[in-house]
Design a protein around this ligand. Structure first.
Ligand code: NAP
Length: 355
């Protein structure tokens, strides 16, 4: 795609929420995409974005502030590429309507992630899963389609595990998370529940982490995903951090790596070739720390403009083989930024038409 081409119009569904606002911020000045429409619930539709949005971070882009919020209906939202940051109560029905109307939907909601014909994609990890779109269109008679990205904690864990799994084959994975409050949407967790506190439960989070990683680290062949065979046990905790999910992993492998080999594998990983150089791709998808006290959300969350996952504290595990810590930005790498990178990959690979 050359710089002088007109930008493709895109829309954000659920644009008023925490993830929706992150889309709006990341799409400001995007070289390939122009944010043409914002949509949300009937409560917000018909009023300006400025009026209905409790803006969380920085300044609201002035051009978007004056847009009239639309209903989430393909009859009134015309863009060919649609980013969905919808609440899962409505995402199922709404996203299917857009896909049936010929739109390419990049979804952050849980509804379609585990459907066999729906790609669940971290571009650097499993770009080849986008081939499932052809199966999906044939199965469902859609001219558009749905591509999903994973639960935000599963994304950090899967990115850090990907190179090690590819090299040594993961067999058993133990995961304990410390997840930021922005992961609960806006206004999210009441301050009196979270300040000075840790909440050892996040509704529906553990089952997502326990099943989504195997799909992403699986291989597509014959039009279906052969999920990776490892077992995951997850503990999900909400902590008083604004942005950035930290994930502690202990992993047993088919072939036990030495610490030095595992460190080299993490350090040298570049991810899928097709992703390199895309506008939202970070220079380094995984940043490996050799020092003892990193990664930390406050210091590392914006590495690679929020798209790099930081990994550190690699050491021997007395129960399994290795343990380490991964951390990344939940609403950027774990949601809106990941979706935009998926869309860029689809455009670059010719899977979505652009004028
Ligand atoms: P949020 O802040 O609660 O925002 C929800 C959005 O959905 C709002 O724009 C809201 O619009 C819209 N909505 C609610 N009911 C609707 C309806 N009946 N019709 C149309 N729109 C409706 O939630 P969030 O944290 O941004 O999460 C959005 C999605 O991304 C969820 O599915 C979530 O699980 C997923 N996700 C979140 C994160 C994260 O880190 N936060 C990470 C990965 C995935 P109104 O303002 O008009 O009500």
């Amino acid at each position: 795609m050359t710089a002088h081409r007109p930008r493709t119009k895109v829309a954000v569904l659920g644009a008023t929420g925490a993830v929706g606002q992150t889309f709006v911020r990341l799409l400001e000045g995007h070289p390939w995409f122009e944010l043409a429409d914002v949509a949300a619930s009937e409560r917000s539709a018909g009023r300006t974005y400025r009026e209905v949005t409790r803006w969380i971070e920085g300044d609201m882009p002035p051009a978007v502030a004056e847009l009239t919020v639309k209903a989430c209906d393909p009859a009134v939202v015309a863009a060919p590429i649609v980013f969905s940051a919808l609440d899962s109560n409505v995402a199922g029905e709404v996203e299917a309507k857009f896909a049936a109307a010929g739109r390419l939907v990049l979804s952050n909601a849980k509804n379609y992630r585990m459907e066999p014909d729906v790609p669940l994609v971290i571009p650097e990890v499993n770009a080849h899963h986008l081939a499932l779109l052809d199966v999906q269109r044939a199965n469902r008679g859609w001219t558009g389609g749905i591509v999903t990205n994973a639960n935000c904690a599963a994304t950090m864990a899967a990115m850090a595990l990907a190179p090690l799994h590819q090299a040594y084959g993961a067999r058993r994975v133990f995961v304990a998370t410390m997840q930021a409050v922005s992961g609960a949407g806006y206004p999210g967790v009441p301050s009196l529940d979270i300040l000075g506190n840790v909440i050892p439960y996040i509704g529906e989070e553990e089952p997502k982490i326990e099943r989504e990683m195997q799909k992403m680290l699986g291989v597509v062949s014959g039009g279906a995903v052969n999920a990776a065979g490892f077992v995951v046990s997850a503990h999900a905790n909400r902590v008083a951090v604004e942005n950035g999910h930290t994930v502690c992993l202990s992993v047993e492998f088919e072939r036990e790596p030495s610490l030095a080999d595992a460190a080299d594998t993490l350090r040298g990983w570049k991810g899928a070739e097709a992703v390199r150089g895309l506008p939202s791709a970070p220079d380094v998808p995984l940043h490996f720390f050799a020092n003892d006290d990193r990664p930390q959300p406050r210091r590392d969350v914006m590495r690679g403009r929020g798209m790099t996952v930081s990994v550190g504290r690699l050491r021997r595990d007395p129960l399994f083989h290795l343990k380490f810590v991964a951390m990344g930005h939940n609403t950027i790498r774990g949601a809106a930024g990941g979706s935009i990178l998926n869309a860029e990959l689809l455009v670059a690979s010719g899977r979505v038409g652009v004028e």
